[in-house]
Write a protein that binds this ligand. Structure first.
Ligand SMILES: *Cc1c(COP(=O)(O)O)cnc(C)c1O
Length: 380
């Protein structure tokens, strides 16, 4: 089936008892068994829940994997992937400038369990190669990165890693499977914070992991049940409902993202715009090859903290908030909000200056968004 059909139907045949077209919220903790050892495949809801299973089948289809697994948050999904695939002594190469929560999980939790991590500028494949060690078992990538929208070449890195038995994991939260399919490019696992574009309505926190290989799927199923950080039936249902409109939402985010990026690059107060859809983006060619759109995430630099503060505090439609990927437009100040935990020198190196503003462009009328930005820039 085509992608626009799959978002609506994959994993969701009409419910057999009543014919309900929408997957019910199976709000139950356990299931009656017909006799000893005789049941319908459902014993206890940590292990199996039909609402969650529908979401898992759906995201597996969208990403082209053999199975999907839904967790209570994006971080819980990433944690499950790490514990499913790695053991003490293993080494991981991570794209630098990764999501702050991921960095914190790796550095402040998983290092205590004998995993080691090195961070490489993955926009340069040679730097990933140079960071590999005999003990390397995984390359963990985010592309594009948050907030300066740097890309890495998933296919080139997978080609490098696979022959060495190293798995490539891609956090695909920013693009969603509509614009980027990492498993088709050679990755073994995709993770998402469904909190963002997949759910898309800023009303649920969740995460998914999708495996390309049956043995990884088996391990993830085991860890999901053993560690138990499952997504609730209600959140699984909200996410399924959100995904039904993924195609039309992503098209609208992309259209507005392009218009906003073009608008900002013409403004004299804006020093620089970071958006992979702009021709001057250093990886525009890779963006066109690896992704089928550019999405609604972008950042721009106003040169100084005070200018960023005045602009952000003048916005009326863009809400000053962390998170991203919902239908409503959000703006944030990475240096004091999402990336406050990154040491200042490292922030400078990554381009996360005090004047940098990040936008998650929503799907409102573009004219209203431009007018809002115009007004805010006049105050900057
Ligand atoms: C938000 C986010 C996460 C973490 O997801 P939660 O649902 O907040 O736990 C991981 N990766 C990226 C890229 C994110 O934006």
């Amino acid at each position: 089936m085509g992608f626009a059909t799959d978002v609506i139907h994959a994993g969701q045949p009409p419910e057999p008892a009543t014919g309900a077209v929408t997957v019910p919220i199976y709000q139950t903790s356990t299931y009656v068994q017909e006799g000893l050892g005789r049941h319908k495949g459902y014993e206890y809801a940590r292990t199996h829940n039909p609402t969650r299973a529908a979401l898992e089948a759906n995201v597996a289809a969208l990403e082209g994997g053999v199975a999907g697994f839904a967790f209570a948050s994006g971080m819980a999904a990433i944690h499950a992937v790490m514990t499913a695939c790695l053991k003490a002594g293993d080494h991981v190469v991570v794209s630098d400038n990764t999501y702050g929560g991921t960095y914190r999980l790796f550095e402040r939790v998983l290092t205590d369990f004998g995993l080691t991590f090195d961070y490489a500028d993955a926009s340069d494949v040679a730097q990933v190669e140079a960071a590999l060690r005999p003990a390397t078992r995984m390359v963990f990538l985010e592309t594009p990165t948050n907030p300066v929208m740097r890309l890495c070449d998933i296919a080139a890195i997978a080609q490098l890693a696979r022959p060495k038995g190293i798995r490539v994991v891609v956090d695909n939260t920013f693009m969603s499977p509509y614009f980027q399919r990492p498993l088709a490019l050679g990755a073994s696992i995709v993770v998402h914070s469904t909190t963002k574009y997949l759910n898309g309505h800023s009303d649920s926190v969740g995460g998914v992991a999708i495996a390309a290989e049956p043995e990884v799927a088996e391990r993830l199923a085991f860890i999901q049940n053993a560690a138990g950080a499952i997504l609730s039936p209600m959140d699984a249902w909200l996410t399924l409902r959100g995904i039904k409109t993924l195609v039309v939402r992503m098209q609208a985010h992309d259209a507005n993202g392009r218009v906003v990026a073009q608008f900002l690059r013409e403004r004299p107060r804006v020093k620089r715009v970071y958006y992979p859809g702009l021709e001057e983006h250093p990886q525009h060619a890779l963006a066109k090859r690896q992704m089928s759109g550019f999405g609604g995430m972008l950042a721009f630099d106003l040169g100084a903290l005070e200018a960023a503060r005045r602009a952000l505090e003048s916005l009326k439609i863009f809400a000053l908030a962390e998170s991203l990927g919902g239908v409503e437009s959000l703006a944030c100040h990475p240096a004091t909000m999402t990336h406050a935990g990154v040491p200042p020198a490292e922030r400078q190196r990554l381009g996360i200056t005090d004047g940098l503003v990040r936008l998650s462009v929503g799907i409102e009328d573009a004219d209203d968004l431009l007018a809002d930005l115009d007004r805010a820039l006049a105050q900057a």
